[in-house]
Design a binder for this molecule. Structure first.
Ligand SMILES: [Fe+2]
Ligand SMILES: [Fe+2]
Length: 202
């Protein structure tokens, strides 16, 4: 795959579009298109590779709707490591699985795989690349995302504005919001989210 050849990229986008349309629910398909568009917008603002941002944005949730059993089986068959938190919250694995699917099906490069892998929890101890931040944020602020709760909706609008002005601050805020949300739901926090947040602040 030549990522500098726009025609080849268009072809690949078409192929991925068909796959996500078929393999995901309508709502998540729309979300995926929304992430692609938001990733494109942010890539243009911050000077990231627009083709990579679009491809990764569209494909980022490709492993999301595999069942719990299918996720565990995919991980086992493809030598994907499952950590203690992922053993309990199997849904988190869709980042690692999506990265593996995109490597094998579409020849995604390492940096593109990493952006998919880390869109769930952040990158942990490693500093996040520009593409990783763009995908992480685009996932949280794409235009189809809506909340019934007025306060959450206002917070989302604020984050959408901040993302255009300061990518790092917006990424920290997005992690903060999702940590708070996870705590409110009484779910487990993945330590990588905390390490990512601290890494961005330090
Ligand atoms: Fe996701
Ligand atoms: Fe997503």
């Amino acid at each position: 795959m030549n990522l500098n050849n726009d025609e080849e990229v268009e072809e690949l986008l078409k192929k991925i579009n068909e796959a996500v349309k078929k393999e995901l629910s309508e709502k998540r398909y729309k979300h995926s298109v929304g992430v692609m568009e938001k990733a494109e917008e942010l890539a243009k603002i911050y000077g990231a590779d627009v083709n990579k941002a679009k491809l990764v944005g569209l494909a980022h949730d490709i492993g999301k709707e595999l069942s719990r059993e299918e996720k565990l089986q995919y991980a086992k068959e493809n030598n994907i490591e499952i950590d203690e938190i992922e053993k309990i919250n199997v849904g988190l694995l869709h980042g690692k699985i999506g990265a593996d699917i995109c490597k094998k099906r579409y020849g995604f490069t390492e940096d593109m795989q990493a952006a998919i892998k880390y869109h769930t929890t952040g990158s942990g101890k490693k500093e996040m690349t520009l593409l990783e931040k763009i995908i992480f944020l685009a996932d949280k602020i794409e235009e189809n995302r809506r909340y019934k709760d007025e306060n959450k909706m206002a917070e989302l609008e604020e984050l959408r504005e901040l993302a255009k002005k300061n990518l790092d601050l917006a990424t920290i805020k997005a992690i903060d919001n999702s940590l708070i949300y996870t705590i409110q739901k009484g779910e487990l926090i993945h330590p990588d989210s905390v390490l990512t947040r601290n890494g961005l602040i330090l």
